[in-house]
Design a protein around this ligand. Structure first.
Ligand code: AMP
Length: 248
């Protein structure tokens, strides 16, 4: 079985995003970019499934600028076998990403497509669901545990108040949640080896997908500055203050 893992190049999660002065978006100039954390978890899970002898090949895919090659090399250094870069300098919205992934999946025929539950830059949480709908495949979102067994996969999903278990027949689409696993660090020899693993470069037009935006961003603003807190002398004063707020 082949596993397809879409990985997005996003602003590093440790970086505090700065809004552009004209309010049109987030300033990405000279900002550290990394693999989307949920996608790193997806790569790790794919490697574990392969290590368990339940998959034969892991293909990482990224849709983005030439620099997204670095993101793909990260996935290759962790243990993916080969990569596909669908190169574009345009911002590609989830629907167009899902259409490109559908075309790639039709060519590659993976048994499992493992995506992140959301990209931490747009916070859309849409691509996996749209892909499942476009392909007419079963989906297990917000995966906390993934267990491939023969021609099905059992996914424990993180839902409000606990876990929900679903069993999907393969081929299927799974999106990862934070507690699925702890991704490994790539070792130096593996980083070196990743440089010679195959990386194909394509364009959205190769898949017949129009990436023109369908959404218009009106304005991006900084979140309101948090008000300073106050120190209370003791528990009695704290209780009195909470009562005064009317929440106790
Ligand atoms: P989103 O729906 O934008 O929150 O993204 C959900 C998941 O879709 C991400 O965690 C990735 O696995 C995948 N994805 C979204 N955009 C891209 C992209 N440009 N390239 C590769 N994968 C992507």
């Amino acid at each position: 079985m082949k596993i397809l893992v879409p990985v997005k190049r996003v602003i590093d999660y440790n970086v505090k995003p700065r809004v552009k002065a004209d309010g049109t978006g987030v300033d990405l100039a000279n900002v550290k970019m990394s693999i989307n954390p949920f996608d790193e978890i997806a790569v790790e899970e794919a490697i574990r499934i392969k290590e368990a002898g339940k998959a034969t090949e892991i293909v990482a895919v990224s849709i983005g600028p030439a620099k997204a090659q670095e993101t793909l090399r990260t996935a290759l250094a962790m243990g993916a076998d080969r990569a596909i870069l669908v190169q574009t300098d345009d911002e590609v919205e989830p629907l167009a990403v899902a259409k490109i992934l559908k075309a790639i999946a039709e060519a590659e025929e993976p048994g499992l497509i493992l995506l992140g539950k959301q990209a931490i830059d747009d916070d859309s949480n849409q691509t996996g669901q749209m892909l499942a709908a476009l392909m007419g495949r079963p989906q297990g979102t917000f995966a906390n545990t993934v267990d491939v067994d023969g021609d099905s996969v059992t996914v424990k999903r993180e839902v409000d108040g606990g876990l929900e278990t679903v069993k999907l027949s393969l081929p299927a689409i799974v999106t990862t949640d934070l507690r699925l696993n702890e991704p490994r660090y790539a070792s130096l020899p593996n980083i070196m080896k990743a440089k010679s693993k195959p990386l194909d470069t394509k364009a959205p037009a190769d898949y017949g997908v129009d990436t023109a935006p369908r959404l218009k961003t009106h304005k991006v603003t900084e979140p309101p500055v948090r008000q300073a807190g106050i120190k209370v002398a003791d528990v009695d004063e704290l209780v009195a203050k909470i009562k005064a707020l009317g929440i106790a």
